[in-house]
Ligand binder design. Structure first.
Ligand code: ZN
Length: 142
């Protein structure tokens, strides 16, 4: 768009209508009430981004049974999950309404607004990304 002027805000919260760059910074799972810390997982959050963006890095091979860290919850906006990693390297149990599905990387999961859901690590390593499809940013709590 010729002549368009975009103000880019870096390192700080921007308004939803302006471009911004928001670093991902460490923030433990237990900073949110529906999460519990598990040793395999590093959580990063784009604190202040107009859209809620969280990254869960599973660096080490998760061992044993499913590592439950997220309670079932619902919210009035859609959510997109991305499971990133080599094919088959990361496995999550995803509750969607009355069903539980096994999600295997690389894949995406679309969660419509209002649908009860949770995502818990079953095995493997990789990266799990959570994005809320909402503007402006809803209250934290995920
Ligand atoms: Zn959610």
């Amino acid at each position: 768009m010729a002549g368009a002027t975009v103000t880019i805000v870096t390192g700080a919260a921007g308004e939803a209508g302006e471009a911004s760059v928001t670093p991902l910074v460490p923030r433990p799972l237990s900073s949110q009430s529906r999460y519990r810390d598990i040793p395999e997982l590093r959580r990063l959050e784009a604190t202040g981004s107009p859209s809620h963006v969280v990254v869960h890095h599973i660096d080490e091979e998760a061992v044993g049974e499913a590592r439950d860290y997220c309670d079932v919850h619902a919210h009035p906006f859609a959510e997109l999950n991305l499971l990133l990693g080599d094919p088959g390297s990361l496995v999550f149990d995803i509750v969607l309404g009355d069903e539980t599905i096994t999600a295997v990387s690389p894949t995406t999961v679309w969660i419509p607004a209002g649908v009860p859901h949770s995502a818990n690590l079953r095995s493997g390593h990789g990266t799990f990304v959570v994005v809320y499809l909402a503007e402006p940013q809803p209250d934290p709590g995920h």
